[in-house]
Design a protein around this ligand. Structure first.
Ligand SMILES: NC(=O)CC[C@H](N)C(=O)O
Length: 261
């Protein structure tokens, strides 16, 4: 059977790379953590991998704006390879700081355009928000969305968030409309029963409660919550949302590995 290879790109301040590696390996991939300087030296080695992950953390100390410096570095030094990787249909995930990187280099929402047309800015609370939240996977959207990563999830799941700059803002109404029209909004913060959440269940005040989006073809996916922190059921403090002995993060990582196979 094909060996599925995942590359987890790290740099100074990345701090969720080991958990992300562990998640991919648990569900059947061979996952390597690679420093960006090493990849810049051997740019084409990226094509030896099937999956690319931008993990969470505080890359370059969140200077200027979370993810912005790494986004510029990736775009300027690896941009053509990253775009080619995305357009080849290989799965790419950006988790929290990784989502900020994908959005700020413009790989999301449209890797073909590859321009920044939305942002993730300071939470409405002006504080770092760290807790378990509910996410509406929008059954209707889920069924119609092409997202490779979010198949087989129920209507509502729980995942933890931990961020200071998670408020998703598209540049204008047209961009929001096109995200909706193309079923690119894959996760929205919600109340336990799927209603509109209030703070603190809405951790950041994102436009339309957006918590995760994908590109139109569904291989590039970014989200503020941390699926790598809910791999085992026991990681959930209240034992909610059991998925066998696993957490909902399992489904997300497994989907990508199975897609490549
Ligand atoms: N957990 C993370 O990846 C945090 C992302 C970023 N440092 C923020 O606070 O918004």
């Amino acid at each position: 059977m094909k060996k599925v290879k995942a590359l987890i790109l790290r740099t100074a301040g990345t701090n969720c790379d080991c958990e992300t590696q562990a998640a991919f390996e648990l569900f059947g991939a061979v996952a390597e953590r690679i420093h960006i300087n090493v990849l810049i030296e051997k740019k084409d080695e990226i094509f030896e991998y099937d999956i690319l992950a931008f993990p969470g953390g505080f890359s370059y100390g969140d200077d200027i704006a979370s993810g912005k410096i790494l986004a510029n570095e990736v775009k300027n030094k690896l941009g053509d390879r990253i775009k080619k990787f995305a357009l080849s249909g290989r799965p790419i995930i950006g988790i929290c700081n990784g989502f900020q990187v994908l959005v700020k280099m413009g790989l999301l929402p449209d890797p073909e355009l590859f321009e920044q047309i939305s942002t993730l800015s300071y939470n409405d609370s002006d504080k770092f928000e760290c807790r378990w939240v509910y996410l509406k996977t929008e059954k209707k959207i889920k069924n119609e969305s092409n997202c490779v990563w979010t198949k087989n999830l129920p209507d509502i799941i729980s995942l933890p968030v931990a961020h200071g700059e998670g408020k998703f803002i598209p540049d204008d109404r047209k961009i929001l409309d096109s995200l909706n029209r193309n079923n690119q909004i894959v996760f929205r913060y919600s109340s336990k029963d799927g209603g509109k959440p209030e703070y603190p269940l809405d951790p950041n005040g994102s436009v339309d409660q957006i918590a995760g989006i994908c590109n139109m073809t569904g291989n590039v996916f970014g989200l503020m919550p941390h699926p790598e922190r809910y791999i085992f059921a026991l990681q959930h403090p209240a034992g909610e949302s059991f998925c066998g002995g696993y957490g909902w993060g399992k489904v997300i990582f497994q989907n990508a590995v199975d897609f490549v196979k």
